[in-house]
Design a protein around this ligand. Structure first.
Ligand SMILES: *[C@@H]1O[C@H](CO)[C@@H](O)[C@H](O)[C@H]1NC(C)=O
Ligand SMILES: *[C@@H]1O[C@H](CO)[C@@H](O)[C@H](O)[C@H]1NC(C)=O
Ligand SMILES: *[C@@H]1O[C@H](CO)[C@@H](O)[C@H](O)[C@H]1NC(C)=O
Ligand SMILES: *[C@@H]1O[C@H](CO)[C@@H](O)[C@H](O)[C@H]1NC(C)=O
Ligand SMILES: *[C@@H]1O[C@H](CO)[C@@H](O)[C@H](O)[C@H]1NC(C)=O
Length: 494
């Protein structure tokens, strides 16, 4: 399934933290970064299970289910108790590798913290309902997830007999980065501080800024217009060839079926897939490469732009086809499946399985939008995947009622409920990278000194959460130090 679920591109930490993989499904189904780099087969904590309420909005509904979590208590001194760190789960399975690696674990060691990671409801193995039917997904929402975290914190306070003045600090990257900040809005009596990485705060149906940042990132990293111009030229050539010689495009892009058999939605999906290659490239540029598949470690903005701009005798569309081939190979796809119906069929599947795209799609259709449309960068990526195309998907997957009016109202509510970019919360550090398209929906400037923003030049999605590496830029190293200083300020020097 590669398709276009690119809207999801958001995040990834997989840790349930999904900055190692998600928010961008689609082609990069399994995520392309994997867990935190540097994991070398050390023993991992066993999963534990927490009895959680199904519906926090209804006190009289006593139904419960089992939620998965992980603990690392190795740094904690129960006789001289320090802070508690909680890594918030997101739109994918909790990955226990994050219990032993990652920047937060280094901080935990420093501050002697007790560490938890709670998987998000409906993802990984945390299944509140027998299946994922639309009727059962009504309990899937960010507000239920925040209430899960609140119930979990209270329960762990008892279970571990934590002191009354214990300080819980929450961490999250990507969607969990948003949840981390929102925990401070909704449950400030339970959570003392939050490190919110790469978290979008503003829900938006038409997230056209996404591809704008993708284009800016190509410029920022290469220092000139050449790469952007090549993509633009390639796009114009493809559009022209589609009218006169579609078979050339079919061969260069290794499509699974002929364009003569394609529907309008298939064609939109095709153009979205090509753009999605760049989304993927930019969102996961360079950071955490130690964990990546060796053969594709060097697939970065700079190497791909070099491929696109060198050897001027080869037409731009052919070079773009080569890049597409690299991305297909990387995800083990023998051909580019741009079939809209195949994609919708997979997203209609209500059984629990490895694929979590349906759940995230549901959250975008009922809370966030976040659709990465072509509307702002029509010259570079065409204008084939407009917002209607994505709203159509909501309707085709979940039902007619999930139309544009429904989505607009849903997104308005999300922003009213949490405050959008006018969020009112103290002791939250907002961290973003200039090369991460998601920064466009987050806070990158400090508005209040009790809720500072750290904007890292040159890094992509969730870069600061990965384990420090020698190859990290000075800006990234500095960001990790600043985060450590805020933590020290909140919980006392180590
Ligand atoms: C906690 O993390 C440290 C650092 O990676 C590791 O050595 C230790 O085994 C972990 N403890 C548990 C209980 O997983
Ligand atoms: C990555 O390295 C391999 C092996 O050195 C090379 O064949 C490939 O062309 C490189 N990829 C890019 C995008 O530069
Ligand atoms: C992709 O894989 C195919 C089949 O193994 C191979 O022939 C081709 O050279 C690869 N293309 C790229 C760009 O890596
Ligand atoms: C693709 O296949 C290779 C070899 O079988 C495997 O190592 C790799 O993890 C696979 N990649 C993905 C993204 O599934
Ligand atoms: C639905 O997903 C399940 C779990 O991944 C899979 O076993 C099943 O074959 C899928 N059903 C259809 C109709 O594709």
């Amino acid at each position: 399934m590669r398709l276009l679920l690119s809207f999801l591109l958001l995040f990834q930490v997989l840790l349930t933290v999904r900055c190692g993989k998600h928010f961008r499904l689609g082609r990069s189904k399994g995520g392309n970064l994997g867990g935190p780099g540097g994991y070398d087969g050390e023993p991992l904590p066993e999963p534990k299970w927490f009895k959680q309420k199904l519906d926090h909005s209804s006190p009289s509904n006593l139904n419960t289910w089992k939620q998965r979590y992980f603990v690392n208590d190795s740094f904690y001194d129960f006789k001289d108790p320090g802070p508690v760190f909680l890594m918030i789960g997101g739109e994918g399975p909790a990955d226990p590798r994050w219990m032993v690696k990652g920047a937060w674990i280094e901080y935990a060691e420093m501050f002697k913290a007790l560490c938890f990671n709670l998987e998000h409801r409906y993802y990984g193995e945390s299944h509140p309902t027998p299946d994922k039917s639309t009727k059962n997904l009504v309990y899937l929402s960010s507000s239920q997830a925040l209430a899960d975290l609140a119930a979990f914190i209270r329960s762990m306070n008892n279970l571990y007999k934590l002191p009354k003045d214990v300080k819980w600090i929450v961490f999250g990257g990507s969607y969990p980065g948003s949840l981390a900040a929102w925990m401070r809005v909704k449950y400030p009596h339970l959570v003392y501080g939050a490190i919110s990485t790469s978290g979008p705060l503003l829900a938006k149906v038409n997230f056209m800024e996404y591809y704008r940042v993708v284009v800016e990132a190509l410029r920022e990293k290469t220092g000139n217009e050449k790469c952007v111009n090549q993509v633009k030229a390639a796009h114009a050539q493809i559009t022209a060839l589609m009218k006169t010689h579609p078979e050339i495009v079919e061969a260069e892009f290794r499509v699974c079926k002929a364009f003569s058999e394609a529907s309008n939605n298939d064609i939109k999906n095709f153009y979205n897939s090509i753009a999605d290659d760049f989304a993927d490239l930019v969102q996961y540029n360079e950071d955490n490469r130690i964990g990546a598949d060796k053969r594709y470690r060097n697939v970065t903005i700079n190497t791909v732009c070099k491929l696109l701009t060198e050897k001027s005798s080869i037409p731009a569309y052919k070079k773009l086809g080569q890049f597409n081939s690299i991305m297909l190979n990387k995800t083990n796809q023998s051909c580019l499946d741009y079939s809209y119906d195949n994609m919708i069929q997979e997203l209609r599947n209500v059984s629990w399985g490895n694929d979590e795209a349906r759940q995230w799609m549901y959250q975008t259709c009922t809370e966030f939008g976040f659709y990465q449309t072509s509307s702002a960068e029509v010259e570079i990526f065409g204008n084939e995947f407009t917002v209607d195309f994505f709203v159509q998907q909501c309707q085709d997957i979940f039902g007619k009622k999930f139309d544009m009016d429904f989505l607009n109202a849903a997104v308005d509510w999300t922003n009213n409920d949490y405050g959008g970019l006018d969020i009112s919360a103290s002791r939250v550090v907002f961290v973003h990278g200039s090369v991460d398209p998601w920064h466009a929906l987050g806070l990158t400037k400090t508005k209040e000194n009790y809720a500072p923003a750290i904007y890292i030049r040159g890094t992509a999605h969730c870069a600061n959460m990965y384990p420090p590496a020698d190859t990290d830029s000075p800006a990234l190293k500095q960001a990790r130090v600043e985060i450590q200083q805020y933590l020290a300020h909140w919980v006392g020097l180590p």
